[in-house]
Write a protein that binds this ligand. Structure first.
Ligand code: PEP
Ligand code: MG
Length: 882
């Protein structure tokens, strides 16, 4: 078996299609080498080794070592250098690279191959000071990453040394000083581990390889994978690559570039670099880098010259490479490069992470440029990303009390309380607080807190700093490098321009403008025309599933229609009962002793329900409106306080004591499985009769008023048997008949049922005799199939997820092999009885992309979800169809 894949010198064993085996980095390095681009040679140890490594209890297959040896020999040949060679040493970087990029989550070792002998070779090549500084950096990094020593062990040694010499800065250290520090470093290692720092480059290499494979299972990587749905089985590859130095002086540099702007998608060449630096310096955000192109120089406000001016020839070559790569991959590329003594080297290319706004613009632009098709453009946007585009930004003429401006690292706006600590951000967010994480800079340890925060602000770092990259990936607004901030974490304040902001104070962040404002600033709704409208049109052409919304208020219904809903899939009528004006009458109805009393209250509720439905029919025009008759257990409506009781007593003319007695009678031990759903209609048919009448009267009124034909679909909840539906369909049909006779107007309508009990799914063939449509109520169907109370699941389901018992929360993402089976069975049996039966889903799953894909595959006709998720469902339905 082949474990190791070489690249360099214009050829490679692998290519870009082998991401699963070589990781993104390894596969793309191979591809770039094949394209003849300037890539330092190296080799990639495949992800299959990572899998084997863990299967063998952190050990390697015996055939690996000879292959690594052979690859090293080839690398020495290609580079013309020798591993550990005192004359002309080969130094390598050892990096992780998984199938999906996990920036900063795993370990990296640079300058590997330095030892007592080879440092002399490096000194001849690059000077004494540089060589010994590199060597001590290597010892520090290797000891930390591979040998597990603490960073500050070395920091202390260095600080002590500088103090003794009276030095302030590292730049004052000369070769002799570094040599002395190296001696102390090595002593510290030997003291801590009981054995010397490894001098043999091969031993170093194997140590680094194991550290990288080991870092696949570190806490950060595990958290990142969880947040990004990356399976642990994928494993990481390890790429060993000949080092190039961006820190050899003023003719060397290192940087990152994007072929288009990753925050807004504009088609300009975009990036940052540092003269005389190593790659890690840019990403770590320690020095604020300069822009690559002149176009962007002013917006970044850097004092250094853009690469375009500092190194024009290199810039021109880099631009060519960038164009080649973008055309080749047909996507925006994120490049890492190093310039060593005026020579350009490409260290990485990958499809660049981008904000949702950038993803949208890039996809639409590239389709217009003819680089990709419209369908490909549709597939370029993840449905869940749309969320970012649908949420508010700062209102156009809102008053902004700007306290500091930094880099516009990730767009969107958010309001929240200032927090300085990631753990605290996480804890407060868990309690439902909106928080904004304010840090000097962020590191991979902060991802949990960044994810929990509404927005992120940092005092240091550029557009490609950790904070910026991660925030864009997560869709969090972010302002970076807000240099005016003086953060005093210990005191829990930051100061800026003579003002002081304390932990817990409310600020507003505008990630698109790079502004931080005091207080809560007014927000505005997003623009749904332009590129968004275009892409959604393309998505609509591609999808088969229809998309409806769950809505009962006029506001929700309008939002839904604006977002492209093609009907209402679920109007929960009980939500209309909670209105302050109505609730006393609803309570009087529930607490009355007999049908007569109930009918009196219902008569008063009828006009209110009718006007609700009229609103909906007006807004929806000739699109279907599925109205569900009363569903929840009655006790949900019961009066809680004495004042409530008094009010009901007045409305019903019954004494408070008597009411209390009746309320107690309604108590149930298991209300969700109790007197609810169609059971209410069976026991008190007059309730459903009133609701059906309100629906038909409303439909007739609106049809007379507008000349359009409303399409009511009356839905019966929680049916378990055909008999229930038969009885209740008759109630509805009779109400329709009566209303049509009274008004002289007849309208088309449907009666159908929810399928939300396993028995109903199994009996769907029979139920379809009376049901003209099924709507899968997968909230209840999940609850009853898994036997997990949807109201209590929160207490233990997270642990189930953590333990991998359920991979995802089954109330969020449909449990396809359990609940999904029932959906399929019901769809099949329902269609057998009634081939044209309409099938939809209206549980929360209707807006979850993976569940939408399932609905598409199962042949449902539509999904229905909350209004804000309608565009997400439209795009997910298109993805499912493509
Ligand atoms: C369902 O059960 O999936 C459903 C849509 O109804 P509700 O959430 O109102 O019970
Ligand atoms: Mg339900």
């Amino acid at each position: 078996q082949t474990w190791v894949y070489g690249f360099g010198g214009g050829t490679a064993d692998g290519d870009a299609s082998m991401k699963n085996l070589l990781g993104g980095k390894g596969a793309n390095l191979a591809e770039m080498a094949k394209l003849g681009l300037p890539v330092p040679p190296g080799f990639t140890i495949s992800t299959a080794v990572c899998t084997a490594y863990y299967e063998l209890g952190r050990d390697y297959p015996s055939t690996l070592a000879p292959q690594v040896d052979a690859a090293l020999i080839a690398l020495e040949k290609e580079s013309g250098k020798g591993f550990g060679d005192p004359e002309n040493p080969l130094l390598v970087s050892v990096r992780s690279g998984a199938r999906a990029s996990m920036p900063g989550m795993m370990d990296t070792v640079l300058n590997l191959g330095l030892n007592e002998a080879s440092v002399k070779g490096l000194a001849t090549l690059a000077g004494d000071r540089f060589a010994y500084d590199s060597y001590r950096r290597f010892i520090q990094m290797y000891s930390n990453v591979v040998l597990g020593l603490r960073h500050d062990t070395f920091e202390h040694i260095l600080d002590d040394y500088k103090e003794r010499q009276g030095f302030e800065l590292d730049t004052e250290m000369q070769a002799e000083d570094w040599k002395a520090v190296i001696v102390s470093y090595k002593e510290a290692v030997e003291k801590a581990l009981g054995k010397p720092f490894p001098d043999d480059p091969k031993e170093q290499l194997w140590g680094a390889i194991s550290a990288v494979f080991g870092s696949w299972m570190n806490d950060r990587a595990i958290t990142y994978r969880k947040l990004n749905d990356i399976p642990a089985e994928w494993g990481t590859a390890v790429t060993v690559q000949s080092m190039v130095f961006g820190n050899l002086g003023e003719t060397s540099a290192t940087g990152v570039a994007f072929t288009r702007d990753p925050s807004n998608g504009e088609a300009i060449f975009y990036g940052e670099y540092l003269i005389n630096a190593q790659g890690e310096d840019v990403v770590a955000g320690i020095r604020t880098p300069a822009p690559i192109s002149r176009e962007r120089a002013d917006t970044l406000g850097s004092s250094d010259a853009p690469l375009e001016e500092a190194m024009p020839a290199v810039y021109a070559q880099l631009r060519d490479v960038a164009n080649t790569l973008e055309r080749h991959y047909k996507d925006m590329q994120d490049l890492e490069f190093t310039v060593e003594n005026d020579r350009l080297y490409m260290l990485q290319t990958r499809n660049g992470k981008r904000t949702a706004a950038a993803a949208l613009k890039i996809a639409v632009d590239m389709a217009r440029e003819g680089l990709i098709t419209e369908n490909e453009a549709v597939l370029r946007l993840e449905p869940s990303q749309l969320d970012q585009l649908l949420h508010p930004t700062i209102a156009d003429n809102a008053k902004r009390d700007v306290i500091v401006t930094g880099l516009p690292a990730s767009p969107g706006a958010a309001v929240g309380k200032v927090v300085f600590d990631s753990e605290e951000a996480f804890a407060l967010a868990e309690k439902g607080e909106d928080v904004i994480l304010v840090r000097i800079e962020t590191s991979p340890e902060d991802i949990k807190g960044m994810h929990a925060a509404r927005a992120i602000v940092t005092a240091r770092g550029g557009m490609t700093s950790h904070a910026a990259v991660v925030a864009r990936g997560m869709g969090r607004p972010c302002v970076c490098g807000a240099g005016g901030l003086q953060i005093d974490t210990a005191k829990g304040v930051f100061r800026v321009m003579g003002r002081e902001v304390k932990k817990g104070d409310v600020i507003t962040v505008d990630g698109a403008a790079g502004q931080v404002m005091l207080g809560a600033v007014e927000m505005m709704q997003p623009d749904l025309s332009g590129d968004f409208g275009t892409l959604m049109e393309w998505a609509d052409k591609a999808r088969r599933l229809k998309v409806r919304a769950n809505a009962e208020t006029a506001l929700d219904a309008r939002t839904a229609v604006d977002f492209g809903a093609e009907g209402i899939g679920l109007c929960r009528t009980e939500h209309m009962f909670f209105d302050a004006e109505r609730i006393p009458e609803v309570r009087a109805m529930i607490l009355s002793n007999d049908e007569k009393g109930r009918r009196e209250s219902l008569a008063k509720l009828l006009p209110m329900q009718r006007s609700d439905f009229e609103e909906l029919f007006r807004i929806l025009g000739e699109m279907p409106v599925t109205i569900r008759l009363l569903d929840p257990p009655l006790h949900e409506f019961l009066p809680h306080s004495d004042a409530d009781m008094d009010e009901v007593a007045k409305a019903s003319g019954v004494s408070v004591d008597e009411l209390k007695r009746r309320a107690a009678d309604l108590h149930e031990s298991n209300p969700m499985l109790g007197h609810r759903g169609c059971r209410l209609g069976i026991t008190y048919p007059e309730i459903y009769e009133m609701q059906a009448r309100a629906i038909f009267e409303a439909a007739v009124n609106v049809s007379k008023e507008t000349g359009r034909q409303p399409i009511p679909e009356v839905m019966i909840p929680l049916v378990a048997t055909h008999k229930e539906l038969q009885i209740l369909k008759k109630v509805v049909d009779e109400a329709a008949k009566a209303v049509f006779a009274e008004t002289g107007t007849t309208l088309e309508y449907m009666v159908g049922t929810m399928i939300e009990l396993p028995r109903a799914a199994l009996q769907a063939g029979d139920i379809a005799n009376s049901a003209e449509f099924f709507s899968f109520g997968t909230n209840d169907l999940t609850q009853t199939t898994l036997g997990i109370s949807r109201d209590d699941a929160g207490r233990f389901l997270k642990i189930y997820e953590d333990k991998g018992i359920y991979e995802k929360d089954p109330f969020v993402t449909l449990d396809q092999v359990g609940v999904g089976e029932l959906v399929k069975i019901a769809a099949e049996r329902g269609r057998k009885t009634r081939p044209n039966i309409k099938l939809g889903i209206c549980g929360e799953h209707g807006g979850d992309p993976a569940s939408v894909a399932f609905c598409h595959r199962s042949g449902l006709d539509y999904v229905s979800c909350s209004p804000y998720r309608v565009p997400i469902a439209r795009l997910a339905a298109a993805h499912a169809a493509l």
